[in-house]
Write a protein of this length. Structure first.
Length: 368
């Protein structure tokens, strides 16, 4: 139990990739699954609450339907495969957890469930209650109804958002890779990175977007994105090899992304948001003001992108286009575009109504 032991991590999220759970023929790797469930049971008895984010529904459904490319030839194929495979996936989890005396619960979510603040809080409350009752929630993206525009696209980032909602202290992404390397691990001389204190451009440049197995939809890019979300919410995240029989009971080779100081829950939710409706570009003076904890004023904005309403999640970017913050818009995009670069005293005459104090208020903003 060297990775996130119960004493230091009361709640843990474990994400399992398709290549670990499903074999090349589209069948469940039951012996391996029994091993990971034995690990979960051991940790649960030691007082740790665990939720599982499980891939595999599309792969399992594709086999049963005889679909090409593992069910990923089209969005329609993926939706159909997920609808069939999810039944098989939930059944095998319920059976295997039940054999260890554990009760399973199924939660299917879409991106929108965790991007909408009210639904996010509802999901968080459900997770909290289930974990408090000693249940093992098994979550997956609801691929049968998700669309290209609103789907997570991989369960790595879903696991990070679930950790945020559950208030977990740790996330383990079990995968067919054993962590981050300074280059593609298939290349000569690739060096394994054991501990990452901060995700910066150098770390991001090490990512390889491919999925080694061909069954999953996430690569190292999605795993680093997940680490950024989890770390911002105060959860450590490990990318660990699942190519062993009991990956949670021993010391599986891994890379650990160390969490920052936990942000307030609302700001962690803002920072972890995946679907922004637009972007506001700002000048250097405004970027410096934001870094000092101030609100975004119209005078410091230089350009508006996208179409958004008041209250929508938007990204704030500096002059180079690099995102520096996320927040909730105080104006619809049309009005915001009319007053960028203008000081407060000029805004009333342009808008025809008394202006608000900021384009994005500091209370509704999280720095990245």
């Amino acid at each position: 139990m060297s990775l996130f032991p119960p004493a230091s991590c009361p709640r843990l999220i474990v994400k399992i990739g398709s290549a670990l759970l499903v074999d090349g023929e589209g069948g469940v790797r039951r012996a391996w699954l029994a091993g990971i469930v034995a690990d979960i049971a051991e940790r649960t008895k030691a007082g740790q609450q665990i939720a599982v984010v499980s891939s595999g529904a599309i792969a399992l459904g594709a086999r049963r339907l005889g679909l090409a490319k593992g069910g990923r030839a089209s969005l329609e194929d993926a939706q159909a495969a997920a609808a069939v495979g999810q039944i098989a996936l939930s059944q095998v989890w319920a059976e295997t957890l039940g054999a260890e005396g554990l009760t399973a619960a199924q939660m299917l979510v879409t991106l929108d469930d965790l991007e909408d603040r009210r639904r996010y809080l509802n999901a968080a409350a459900t997770l909290d209650r289930l974990l408090g009752l000693g249940v093992v929630p098994v979550l997956n993206e609801n691929d049968s109804v998700a669309t290209e525009e609103i789907r997570f696209g991989d369960n790595d980032r879903l696991a990070a958002r679930v950790a945020q909602a559950a208030g977990a202290g740790g996330v383990v992404l079990l995968s067919d890779v054993d962590g981050l390397y300074d280059r593609n691990p298939a290349l000569p001389g690739a060096v394994h990175i054991e501990r990452i204190e901060r995700i910066d451009p150098v770390i991001e440049a090490m990512a390889d977007g491919g999925s080694a197995s061909g069954m999953g939809s996430g690569g190292m890019v999605s795993k680093i994105a997940a680490a950024r979300i989890a770390n911002g919410a105060g959860a450590h995240l490990a990318i660990a090899s699942g190519r062993v029989d009991r990956p949670l009971s021993g010391d599986a080779r891994h890379s650990l992304f160390v969490a920052e100081k936990s942000a307030p829950a609302r700001k962690a939710w803002l920072a972890g948001g995946l679907t922004a409706k637009g972007m506001i570009h700002v000048d250097a003076g405004a970027a410096n003001a934001l870094a000092q904890g101030k609100s975004l004023l119209a005078a410091g904005a230089t350009r508006i992108e996208g179409s958004f309403a008041r209250g929508d999640l938007i990204v704030i970017a500096d002059l180079s286009g690099t995102p520096i913050a996320r927040g909730l818009a105080e104006y619809p995009s049309e009005d915001a575009a009319r007053i960028i670069g203008k000081r407060n005293e000029a805004q009333a005459g342009i808008l025809g109504y008394a202006p608000r104090s900021a384009l994005v208020h500091r209370s509704h903003m999280a720095l990245l």
